[in-house]
Design a protein around this ligand. Structure first.
Ligand code: XMP
Length: 509
């Protein structure tokens, strides 16, 4: 078993899991725990370093979470690094001052000037762009601390022996140009060694699942969508669970063109022994069409989704349900520690009659892709763009879904996907979305007035879907896409959406 070298205390920042992911990218295993659990863990374990995450709390708020009681905040036992709120907590706790939130929070890219003689910033240019996301700031350093970076105010601090550190910006976010270098410096200062690799993880996942499911002899149901997560999970679990693993794929009616064929092909690649496809489109549309509210649609989707799985659990006498839920899904469903709920993912937080297992709960998409590569699954699987469980239903905005509208969105998705494929742009685009906007408008086709639909085309670039950049098509591509889409008699307008995440999310709902 690979040992945990870093404890990350989760104060609820959207980026906490990104810290874990980045450390893993640098080859180091970490564990993420809420402050109370972290306190207990530290009583029995001595990591090489403790990272205190960011948060949407202010240290001045009533009830703001504090430092774990058992934390050695002198840094003698292990290196301590506070990021954003974590830095403010350290400063506040040790007698420094933290300013109350301003009206305008510092949010987005900022330039900092670093003390590059300090080991934390060694090899980093003196001036660099970082990602900031905070209202409070440390305005007075605690006794014995010095500032090692500035961006208007204090952007980083250290204690005398360089064992307690604070950074106001987010080194873990990809938009901090030198973020990885800074975190590598931090790992070097902590004396960490590389101990994370995909093979270890595959064995750990198999062991964790086996330890659980061997408590009884029942079957194990796996929610199989044919996407990279569930296919990789199936490929990991099939060798150890064999015929006990029943993969259930639901035709929700919101799937893309050819999706059902791909599900079967991918199940074969994962050497799945039992694949059951349940046709349920009519049931889903009936329930989801009752509302146009994004979050309610997700709830309606979940109701049918859960009902179908419960039926299958009973039918196959399963004792467990296992799903490929990722860290990102948990964060944005508000299930990871104290992070805010952005949207309820279709398979997160459901209460099952049997035990549910989420072996990928600490992983990000790009890590699952690495596992798929290590398992030698075909590139069509590990390079596959993600697609949300509720599918095309999330891509009809502001009007009720219907079979006809879903079919229109499905065709539009295929049209744009084919153009992207033709231009070989798949590798530059992390996800494509073609959504129908519920605003009809006037157009003219063949000299006749048409009052028809508008479509939005959105392509994004991202590695973890926590943040994303809008993809800018060339003028020629935009023309080609617009012309292809407006061939449909009811489509009169096409919009291109390049809004980054944040503030937008990848999907429209
Ligand atoms: P957002 O829109 O939150 O999406 O930026 C991040 C990634 O998650 C996908 N997504 C989902 N995947 N069930 C899923 O399996 C869901 O309910 C769901 N909602 C969003 C989205 O397509 C993107 O890749």
């Amino acid at each position: 078993m690979t040992d945990i070298q870093i404890l990350i205390v989760d104060y609820g920042s959207q980026y906490t899991l990104v810290i874990g992911r980045t450390l893993r990218e640098l080859g180091v295993r970490s564990v993420i725990l809420l402050p109370k659990k972290a306190d207990m863990w530290l009583k029995n374990n001595t990591p090489k370093a403790v990272v205190l995450s960011g948060s949407n709390w202010s240290v001045h708020n009533d009830g703001a979470p504090g430092l774990p009681k058992s934390l050695d905040d002198t840094g003698k036992k292990y290196l301590v690094l506070g990021i954003c709120y974590g830095m403010q907590l350290l400063a506040h706790d040790q007698g420094g001052a933290v300013a109350k939130p301003h009206e305008h929070r510092e949010y987005g890219p900022a330039e900092v000037t670093l003390d590059t003689t300090h080991s934390l910033f060694s090899g980093v240019p003196q001036k660099t762009i970082v990602w900031a996301s905070h209202g409070d700031t440390v305005t007075k350093l605690p006794k014995g601390f010095t500032s090692i970076a500035t961006s208007g105010g204090i952007a980083a601090m250290t204690n005398k022996n360089n064992r307690v550190l604070g950074i106001q910006f987010h080194p873990e976010v990809a938009h901090t140009t030198e973020g990885k270098k800074i975190l590598q410096n931090f790992l070097d200062m902590a004396g960490c060694r590389k101990n994370w690799n995909p093979q270890n993880l595959i064995h750990e996942i198999q062991k964790e699942v086996l330890d659980n499911v061997n408590k009884n002899k029942g079957n194990i149901i796996l929610g199989f969508s044919g996407g990279v997560d569930s296919t990789t999970l199936a490929a990991i679990l099939t060798p150890v669970l064999r015929k006990r693993l029943i993969c259930i794929a639901i035709d929700t009616g919101g799937v893309r063109a050819k999706e059902l064929e791909e599900i079967k092909i991918n199940a074969k690649s994962a050497k799945v022994k039992n694949l059951i496809v349940i046709p349920a489109g009519t049931e889903f549309i009936k329930n989801i069409s009752k509302t146009i509210d994004g979050e309610e649609k997700r709830t309606k989707f979940r109701e049918v989704y859960q009902r179908i799985f419960e039926e299958q659990i009973a039918k196959y006498k399963a004792g467990f349900i296992v799903q490929g839920t990722l860290a990102t899904d948990l964060i944005e469903s508000g299930q990871a520690g104290k992070s805010a709920m952005i949207k309820t993912h279709h398979n997160v937080g459901l209460k099952w009659k049997v035990q549910d297992l989420h072996p990928f709960r600490n992983l990000f998409k790009y890590e699952v892709r690495e596992l798929a590569r290590a398992l030698k699954l075909p590139p069509a699987i590990y390079e596959r763009n993600p697609f949300p469980g509720p599918g095309l239903y999330l891509r009809v905005v502001g009007v009720p879904v219907s079979k006809e509208i879903i079919q229109l969105v499905r065709e539009a998705d295929k049209t744009v996907s084919d153009i992207i494929k033709k231009h070989n742009l798949g590798k530059d685009i992390s996800q494509l979305i073609v959504a129908l906007l519920g605003v009809n408008s006037v157009g003219v086709k063949g000299d006749e007035r048409v009052y028809g639909h508008s479509l939005a085309v959105r392509a994004v670039q991202t590695s973890d879907f926590m943040t994303a950049k809008g993809y800018y098509f060339t003028e020629e591509m935009m023309e080609e896409i617009t012309s292809a889409l407006t061939k449909h008699k009811n489509i009169v307008r096409v919009f291109f959406d390049m809004t980054p995440k944040p503030p937008a999310t990848t999907e429209f709902e």
